[in-house]
Design a protein around this ligand. Structure first.
Ligand code: SF4
Ligand code: SF4
Length: 67
């Protein structure tokens, strides 16, 4: 029988607020995020453990993680 689809978290990034400082990228323990141009982007959502470190550490309230 097929495994039920894993429910992924939702990560919202405000391009307007993000200044591409890379703090969230550096704190993420599972390498979910990366800087692309002038903003942070999600590169591997499946690796997200919902630890919220990015959300807590962003000085500009630009990234939020929803379960
Ligand atoms: S919640 Fe944790 S694992 Fe997910 S992107 Fe943020 S720092 Fe990385
Ligand atoms: S910590 Fe915040 S401002 Fe810095 S790159 Fe991440 S989302 Fe953007």
């Amino acid at each position: 029988m097929a495994e039920p689809a894993k429910k992924l978290p939702r990560i919202e990034i405000s391009e307007r607020r993000c200044k591409a400082c890379s703090i969230c990228v550096d704190f993420c323990p599972t390498n979910v995020l990366e800087i692309r141009g002038t903003t942070c982007v999600v590169k591997d959502l499946e690796a997200c453990t919902r630890c919220q470190l990015c959300d807590l550490r962003c000085p500009d309230f630009a990234i939020r993680v929803f379960d």
